[in-house]
Ligand binder design. Structure first.
Ligand SMILES: Nc1ncnc2c1ncn2[C@@H]1O[C@H](COP(=O)(O)OP(=O)(O)OP(=O)(O)O)[C@@H](O)[C@H]1O
Length: 289
């Protein structure tokens, strides 16, 4: 199971071993007359340490793919392998972050971020002994890395939306997951905060080199963050296009205004407009006089 994945962080062409593989995997929700095929048989390989974005029309099955990789859903047909094992076998460590940060309101930020260390093996075995020393230092270091140093004692309601989402990313990463699943994690933030979070996310990924699967509607976000972008068709979702993002890292907001980046966005947009069956032209009703 070796994918020829180019590591563009170093500008080298090192083949990365396959980390996620879909072999004709499909999902049908419900049964009989109520059956809905959400995902057509889909094959996809993602290399270890790659950052891949999934984009496509609403309802095409992007979140469904994340749920399959996260072992929340088994394929109706076909197979899904993560870290060389068919899902359902020995679990790997997974971090997840969704649009809603879901921080627990009665815990401060430090304890929210520490939560996976209390739950996930092997960390949970040492939790009582290490929570005030090693684990606390670990949380503080990660909070520092995302610009939340000194905020560990605050409660979620004392933080802005962008700060909560930073804390949410820390919680998703504190247990050194092998895989990070992101479902529109920055979707609810204003444009400027979102752009700050892209830079933080990129730094985290460059320092940790973990495999990331990102679902997003924001094509600029996909192109800023990902090594590869998979464009999906309308339901039942299929992968229409799977292309590398040949833009050097670290990426910056200024780079998003350069011709290569703009051309990539236009190409993705045209594909998604086509996948939705539209022309992309929005006709506005006349303004009332
Ligand atoms: N539990 C379920 N039961 C029945 N149908 C479902 C279920 N979950 C999702 N679906 C349907 O499967 C399709 C794919 O859903 P999914 O959430 O994966 O799409 P998506 O691409 O992530 O959508 P969006 O971009 O709007 O978040 C949709 O038509 C959805 O209504």
């Amino acid at each position: 199971m070796n994918a020829a994945v180019t590591d563009i962080r170093q500008g080298t062409a090192t083949p990365a071993p396959t980390f996620i593989e879909f072999q004709d995997a499909s999902i049908t929700y419900g049964r009989g007359a109520r059956a809905v095929q959400a995902l057509a048989p889909t094959s996809l390989k993602i290399g270890e340490g790659e950052f891949v974005a999934l984009v496509g029309p609403s309802g095409c099955g992007k979140s469904t793919i994340l749920k399959m990789v996260g072992e929340l859903l088994a394929p109706s047909t076909g197979h899904v392998f993560v870290a060389g094992r068919e899902i359902g076998a020995t679990p790997i460590r997974i971090g997840m972050a969704y649009q809603n940060p879901t921080l627990l309101p009665w815990l401060n930020i430090r304890d929210n971020v520490m939560l996976p260390l209390k739950i996930v093996p092997p960390f949970r075995q040492g939790y009582r002994a290490k929570r005030k020393t090693e684990y606390r230092d670990r949380v503080e270091a990660l909070l520092d890395q995302v610009g939340l140093g000194g905020f560990g004692d605050k409660f979620p309601w004392q933080l802005s939306g962008g700060m909560m989402q930073r804390a949410n990313l820390c919680r998703a990463l504190i247990h050194d997951p092998d895989l990070l699943l992101l479902d529109e994690p920055f979707g609810a933030l204003d444009q400027f905060t979102r752009e700050e979070l892209w830079a933080i996310m990129q730094d985290l990924w460059l320092s940790k080199k973990l495999t990331v699967l990102l679902v997003t509607h924001d094509l600029k976000e996909a192109a800023y963050l990902a090594d590869r972008i998979c464009v999906m068709s309308a339901r039942p979702g299929r992968i229409l296009d799977d292309s590398p993002v040949a833009i050097a890292r670290p990426r910056t907001i200024d780079m998003t205004f350069e011709p290569d980046f703009v051309a990539l966005n236009q190409r993705l947009r045209a594909m998604i407009v086509g996948a939705r069956g539209g022309t992309g032209i929005v006709s506005h009703p006349p303004k009332p006089v």
